[in-house]
Design a protein around this ligand. Structure first.
Ligand code: APR
Length: 238
């Protein structure tokens, strides 16, 4: 086993206070493209730039176009948790991992059995009426046709954080609490490009920060351990 993976395994074996902070790269091995890799969502040709479509003002102005993109690109049938998701759930069950803090909206951590999952950007498995707030099963939004509407006439929207929208205060403060108290912080599958999410890792105060990411990130120099490998491959060896 690679020395760096052995070092990460040692930190985890010796700790009962590990926190994971992840992004879209955790789900690519489940068949969900990430955003900024060469074949990522933001590099795919679409009528408007995907970052524009995934914004509050676009959703309000062009809900039909938003939902075309949502059903085509965000909802992927038959995706399953991969080795990374499963290992994190196992570490939580073993009393080692305190929480998963994720930027992902795919629900795969919960599908793998993780209980404490802080979804900084929400989830496409939940939806609600943008007018009266009534919650709706996500299928009406993810599987339907056209713009889903509430009984009140309002547009049903996904429970995700679109660009121009704030993150949920309670989720952010809990993420800060677990990260600032963590003994080991493992960051995986994220380019650490998007704030305020990426800024949360600055609350970590320990000296066991591991970064497991295929490409370089702006935080590589601040990490105590950097592994540029596929996260599923690394986690299956822990
Ligand atoms: N193993 C490890 N790293 C991987 C893997 C893998 N199998 N696949 C991809 N990666 C890495 C890529 O090299 C990239 O650095 O994961 C990172 C994914 O980065 P992004 O595509 O930028 O995704 P993310 O960091 O989650 O984006 C953050 O941006 O648009 C917003 O809301 C969106 O939550 C998203 C946020």
């Amino acid at each position: 086993m690679d020395d760096k993976i052995m070092q990460l395994k040692k930190w985890i074996d010796e700790s009962d206070n590990v926190v994971f902070f992840g992004g879209a790269g955790v789900s690519t091995e489940s068949g969900i493209p990430d955003f900024r890799s060469v074949d990522g969502l933001y590099n795919q040709k679409w009528k408007y730039p995907p970052e524009t479509i995934l914004s509050h003002s676009f959703f309000v102005k062009y809900p039909e176009e938003y939902y075309r993109f949502h059903r085509e690109k965000l909802v992927i049938d038959g995706v399953k948790p991969n080795a990374a998701h499963l290992k994190l759930a196992e570490l939580e069950q073993a009393g080692k991992l305190r929480a998963v803090v994720t930027q992902n909206i795919d629900g795969l951590h919960q599908a793998a059995g993780s209980k404490k999952v802080l979804e900084l950007h929400g989830s496409i498995l939940r939806s609600y009426c943008s007018a009266c707030g009534r919650p709706y099963p996500a299928d009406k939004m993810n599987r339907g046709e056209g713009v889903p509407r509430c009984a009140c006439g309002g547009v049903i929207r996904p429970d995700i954080v679109l660009y121009e929208e704030p993150l949920d205060d309670a989720v952010v403060s809990e993420a800060i609490r677990v990260i600032s108290g963590a003994e080991v912080l493992i960051i995986g599958g994220t380019s650490l490009n998007v704030y305020p999410a990426a800024g949360l890792i600055n609350y970590y105060r320990g000296n066991k920060l591991a970064l497991v990411n295929l490409s370089e990130t702006p935080y590589d120099d601040e990490a105590d351990l950097v592994i540029h490998e596929k996260i599923g491959k690394v986690f299956s060896q822990l």
